[in-house]
Every structure is written in C-alpha cells, then in structure tokens.
Design a protein around this ligand. Sequence first.
Ligand code: ADP
Ligand code: MG
Length: 157
Amino acid sequence: MPVITTNSPEETAALGRRLGELLLPGDFIALTGDLGAGKTQFVKGVAEGVGVDPAIPITSPTFTIMNAYEGRIPLYHFDLYRIAGDADVAELGFAEFFYGAGACIVEWSERLSHEIPPERLVIAFSHEGETSRCLEFTPVGQRGADIIARLFPQLEQ
Ligand code: ADP
Ligand code: MG
C-alpha cells in the first residue's frame, strides 16, 4: 500500500487537498498517529479540496469532538483524542454523521473499536524528522481501494 513521505506542512496539506477533491458522501477517512504527526494539517488540505470556505479555520476539535464544515459536500471532522478506547458510537450519537450526508475524517480513529464503519481508508501518520512525516494508506473495503487508485494512478494496481 502507498507510503508517502512529505517534507513540509504544505506538502501534507497538498496531499489532503487532492483527497478532498475525491471525497463523496459516506466516505470515511480514519487518521491514526501521535500528537503532532500532521493529521490536522492534512485535514486543512482536505477541507480545501472539499471546497470549504478558506476563511473558515480548521482546528482539531479536541474539546468539541466534531466540527462540521460545509463545502461541495458536508465534511465532518472528528478528533477522538479524549474518547475512551471502548467508546460506543451509538451512545455518542456519531452514527448520523458516519452514515450521513457528508464525508467523515476522524483523528485518533484508533479510539473506535468495532463501531468503525466497515468501508474506510486508513491513513497512518508518523514522524520521520522535524519537517518530514510518513503517511501510510491502507484501504479497508472497495471504496478505500478506489480512492487510493485515483489518488495514486501511477501505482500498479
Ligand atoms: P496532529 O493533528 O497529528 O496532532 P498537527 O497537524 O496539529 O498534528 O501538527 C503537525 C505539526 O507539525 C504542525 O505544527 C506542522 O507545522 C508541523 N509539521 C512539520 N512538518 C510537517 C509535515 N511534513 N507535515 C505535516 N505537519 C508538519
Ligand atoms: Mg490534530
């Protein structure tokens, strides 16, 4: 599966923007990785690609858990850092977003267990150096594979 190194915050956002341009209602993008690994930086680009007004600030919804942005489609941006490991999505009321009219992008998706949607694209972020980050793309289900194929058409399928 594709493993990409970015060498600046701008490069990470640019990759996110290309993903955002492809997103459709019902898509679920799961972001994993430590604090500072670049997840929110990536989401900034995704929001731009979805067509969210660039004047809207994109920040980690650590305390609010979810921010909704309106673009070509709705984009639901979650940060589950403060959610306990066995969080019950039904109890938290996430289902209306996870299976709703927009695309979801979820920081700290490792906080979700069996409640995570079965079709998704997982992007694992890790620190490589001060300004370099590693992004590993793993599809779960057909839609994730389709997104990867469109994002990286140069790769052999
Ligand atoms: P997270 O949401 O994963 O906690 P953030 O996106 O909020 O991380 O923060 C990433 C930090 O790392 C930002 O301060 C950003 O400027 C910096 N940074 C340095 N190099 C990169 C890179 N290649 N990609 C993304 N962020 C980077
Ligand atoms: Mg963040």
